[in-house]
Design a protein around this ligand. Structure first.
Ligand code: GLN
Length: 494
């Protein structure tokens, strides 16, 4: 099998068995980036030379028999994670030339375990978007195609570069961040696995902030086991993040293939929403049947406040974004456009630095936080958020995990939905509630729809019970036997 088609688990054993070297493995991936990135635009920055050097060191570590879980494994890093000495842009003009002097905790953890970073992946500007079309570095193309149709499709967002890179074989896995669905929805659109851990499981230190009470880092990979391996490395308490939770990190890989006998799987009625495509509805029913066959008990549940999820998310997230992005003032970080007065400099800098979607969010955020409207919008949204969380808490008194669709439709074409922000926000209808509640959730590819595009199902778990997601996800993965690969991929480009 080609080196760009292997899973992380298989590559790690191949490296230990000397079937190939880390240099060969990493070279296959950086060559694939050189060949395909001009088209896919999945990476903003390639770190080819540093990666090849790191691969050489990985081979020495392997030769000494000191390999760790990710030694020599080529990963893509969403360009929202600060990487020491490597440009980190958040896909924004305002950080176009920002080179952090420090490493985020999540990426430091991956480096500690031997991972080799092949580049910084593209995203929606400051992670705001669902189609990876708001990047200041241009849109990302989904490597999948509709049957008999060459139209360029979106990879989902905001972690669209990570998803496209992993699907196409330009990385074995990648980091993502998920504020309202940005790991799960692009994973579904690109036919890969994406896991948003419980809020507080992975440190936010050194991850450029969008909405701090929602942002969570997580793994994106081509198998459930690979997500378990990556999460093992990424997770853990960090005193530099005040919302990082100090609890044990279990052995995630041990959950893979665990028996599901007697596991109670909840099916929330409210997710049979308007706008759910027929093929995704059918995939959901198929998923239910597979879990039943694996010994699960299927239970109907209700999450009555689901319908307020999007409306409250699009108050809370912009409010926090308007506050977080106030720091880009032309003084301390990033680009500066001079002006005659301090205020003129702020205005010119921010006008040139932020794209239209980011500006829209900042304006919405400052509006809902403003004196006359704070109670009517922000405070009310926080109260509804409590009710959304309570829905989940009550459901998890009856069931162990929830099964839902990840997104209402498969990937759409570039240009579709882009003139209507509200239509675009609807993509997050199934992912936002778990984000508002801080619950862990994962998307698993379960099949192809009528037009040949991947379909994903979402599992939502109890706080800090990522293991049940991995166990259930691996059962779905096995039943689905999803081995389809996209039209544009490293192996086919050779
Ligand atoms: N699409 C959602 C938004 O634009 C979610 C983005 C994310 O999770 N970062 O806010």
């Amino acid at each position: 099998m080609s080196l760009t088609e292997l899973t992380i688990a298989d590559a790690a054993s191949g490296l230990r068995a000397r079937q190939f070297s880390a240099v060969e493995l990493v070279r296959a991936h950086v060559d694939a980036i050189d060949a395909l990135n001009p088209r896919l635009n999945a990476y903003i920055t390639s770190t080819r030379e540093a990666a090849l050097k790191a691969a050489q060191q990985a081979d020495e570590v392997l030769a000494r028999g000191e390999a760790r879980s990710l030694t020599g494994i080529p990963l893509g890093i969403k360009d929202l994670f600060c990487t020491n000495g490597v440009r980190t842009t958040a896909a924004s003009n305002i950080l176009r030339n920002f080179v952090p002097p420090y490493e985020s905790t999540v990426t430091a953890n991956l480096l500690r375990d031997g991972a080799v970073f092949v580049g910084k992946t593209n995203l929606d500007e400051f992670a705001m978007g669902s189609a990876n079309i708001t990047s200041a570095f241009g849109p990302v193309e989904n490597p999948w195609k509709r049957n008999g149709d060459d139209a360029a499709l979106v990879p989902g967002g905001s972690s669209g570069g990570s998803a496209a890179a992993v699907a196409a074989g330009l990385a074995m896995g990648a980091t993502g961040t998920d504020t309202g669905g940005s790991i799960r929805q692009p994973a579904a659109y690109c036919g890969i696995v994406g896991l948003k851990p419980t809020y507080g499981r992975c440190s936010r230190f050194g991850t450029i902030a969008y909405a701090s009470s929602l942002d969570q880092a997580g793994p994106m990979a081509r198998s459930v086991r690979d997500c378990a391996i990556m999460l093992q490395s990424m997770a853990g308490f960090d005193e530099r993040d005040s919302t990082s939770v100090n609890c044990d990190v279990p052995d995630y890989s041990a959950a893979i293939g665990r028996s599901l006998k007697g596991l109670k799987v909840g099916i929330p009625a409210e997710y049979r929403a308007e706008g759910l495509s027929a093929e995704i509805g059918a995939a959901w029913l198929q998923g239910i049947a597979w879990l039943k066959a694996a010994g699960c008990e299927i239970v109907d549940v209700s999450l009555p406040h689901t319908k307020y999820g999007l409306a409250t998310y699009y108050i809370v997230a912009p409010a926090e974004c308007s506050s977080n992005l106030a720091r880009y003032d032309g003084l301390r970080f990033g680009e500066r456009v001079p002006g005659d007065t301090l205020d003129a400099m702020y205005e010119a800098t921010r006008r040139a630095g932020f794209g239209p979607e980011v500006r829209r969010r900042i304006m919405m955020g400052t509006y809902v936080l403003s004196a006359g409207y704070y109670d009517a919008y922000y405070l009310k949204a926080q109260k509804v958020r409590t009710l959304i969380r309570r829905d989940f808490t009550e459901a998890f008194e009856k069931v162990d995990v929830l099964l839902t669709p990840t997104a209402p439709t498969p990937a759409f074409a570039q240009g579709e939905q882009s003139d209507d922000p509200v239509q675009m926000y609807l993509n997050d209808i199934f992912t936002v509630p778990a984000s508002m509640a801080g619950m862990p959730a994962m998307s698993v590819p379960v099949g192809l729809g009528a037009t040949g595009l991947p379909l994903g199902l979402q599992l939502i778990g109890r706080p800090f019970d990522e293991e049940t997601l991995l166990a259930t996800g691996s059962a779905l993965e096995q039943a689905a036997g999803f081995t389809h690969r996209p039209a544009i991929r490293a192996e086919a480009a050779k």
